[in-house]
Design a protein around this ligand. Structure first.
Ligand code: NAP
Length: 312
């Protein structure tokens, strides 16, 4: 088993993921020093106040200097610029990873900036909430959740094992995938559901002139759960759509075909077909709960301290 500890860790991007990582590192005493950087001074100041980093610096390059592990936790559209900025200050033997929700584009945009002798091992913790910013982070976010690493061919085995041990010490279970396969899997389990939510809430919003008060008043039923997903960070989701275009379009195509079939069942009064479909989908939910990826309770995966602010 590799040692999960690092002397100096740099976290670039101090929002939900960067913040949660900082908390998890502190909880597990996984670093001697954690240095943070984010775009705005307000975020840097807040991260320091909360205390999930020991120090904040005004540039990504400064954060990466002398770091043994650099974790880039910014929206996918910004990873290339961050990699270009830190390129000159990475030390030999350091591990550079990220938390981006797509992986092929991260390899494409960060890869060319990683110098020889530095280990680049992209990653994606499959853990999140609809919240963002430094106040949304919490140490338990990764507990029991998968973290997918997508090492590039020829990656140093020891470095990969050390990063895996680090994520495990943060509470995750670690799995490995090819970047392209990762993007296809995530397109169906995460990206498509968010797009469906954005679309449904958009459609309801368009109806609002007629039924505005009803949409809000009766949202305790199915619609409410969609609004939770559809309140996710617009920058993050714009970047996911732009950077996982092929896989998302493939899944949207399949979804549209299946939706047409469902429409036909309703039009022709095919009760058996509807019942069979709904029975099959119910069993998928059961399997997810049995796999420990959700509980039967509502609001799973949310920061417990935030649940009370959110109307259930
Ligand atoms: P977030 O809460 O919005 O935080 C993003 C952070 O990145 C902010 O601190 C922001 O700084 C900083 N940032 C943006 N552009 C930057 C730049 N060019 N240089 C330095 N800092 C920059 O986002 P998040 O939810 O933590 O997501 C971070 C990454 O994790 C994304 O790639 C996302 O795809 C991935 N991810 C998200 C989830 C999820 O559920 N949210 C789950 C798994 C993975 P300011 O605050 O100053 O703007």
């Amino acid at each position: 088993m590799s040692d999960p500890h690092f002397k100096r860790i740099a976290i670039i991007g101090l929002g939900l993921i960067g913040g949660s990582l900082g908390h998890a590192i502190k909880r597990g005493k996984l670093a001697e020093r954690v240095v943070g950087h984010a775009h705005s001074e307000a975020t840097r100041k807040r991260a320091l106040e909360i205390g999930f980093v020991d120090e904040v610096v005004p540039s990504a390059a400064e954060a990466a200097k002398d770091a043994d592990l650099v974790v880039v936790c910014v929206p996918v559209g910004a990873v290339g610029a961050v990699a270009a900025e830190i390129e000159g200050s990475l030390k030999r033997g350091a591990i550079v990873t990220d938390a981006g929700s797509v992986k092929n584009a991260v390899v494409r945009d960060m890869g060319p900036h990683i110098p020889d002798g530095v280990h680049f091992i992209p990653g994606h913790p499959i853990a999140g909430t609809e919240q963002s910013g430094p106040d949304s982070g919490f140490a338990e976010l990764f507990d029991g959740r998968w973290c997918i690493l997508t090492p590039i061919p020829g990656a140093d085995r020891e470095a990969v094992a050390k990063l895996a041990a680090f994520w495990e010490a943060c509470g995750s279970r670690v799995d490995y995938m090819e970047p392209k396969h990762h993007d296809l899997v995530l397109a169906i389990v995460s990206h498509l559901p968010h797009l469906i939510a954005y679309n449904i809430v958009g459609t309801a919003d368009d109806l609002e002139t007629v039924t505005q008060s009803e949409v809000i008043k009766y949202s305790a039923s199915g619609f409410r759960d969609f609004t939770r997903l559809a309140s996710s960070d617009p920058t993050m989701w714009r970047d996911i759509c732009l950077n996982n275009k092929d896989a998302i379009l493939e899944m949207l195509g399949r979804f549209s075909e299946d939706l047409s079939a469902l429409q036909r069942m309703i039009r022709w009064g095919d009760g058996d077909g509807l019942f069979q479909l709904f029975t099959r989908t119910r069993s998928v939910r059961r399997m997810i709960i049995e796999a420990g990826q959700d509980t039967a309770a509502p609001n799973f995966g949310r920061n417990p301290t935030h649940i009370s602010d959110k109307k259930s």
